[in-house]
Design a protein around this ligand. Structure first.
Ligand code: ZN
Length: 80
């Protein structure tokens, strides 16, 4: 996968994180780290986030960017 596509993918993850309110106080999450984990042979992108208002931590899990655009669209639909 091209770097450009990976950047696009990560941007879309941040869009999801930014549009998700904190489940405790309704504040905005800030991404702290991004890691790839392999679960059942499927690479996942796990982003640890912390609420900027109350400090509540939440892990966001996404499919890793090895997949094609069609799969990415399907993933996004599931998330929405
Ligand atoms: Zn909060």
């Amino acid at each position: 996968m091209l770097i450009r596509d990976i950047m696009k993918y990560i941007e879309s993850e941040y869009d999801i994180i930014n549009s998700t309110p904190c489940e405790v106080c309704g504040g905005s999450y800030i991404a702290e780290s991004l890691e790839i984990h392999v679960i059942d042979n499927i690479p996942y992108d796990i982003s640890m986030c912390v609420c900027g208002e109350c400090g509540h931590e939440k892990a966001f899990r996404f499919f890793a960017p090895f997949i094609n655009d069609e799969a990415l669209v399907t993933t996004k639909k599931k998330l929405n």
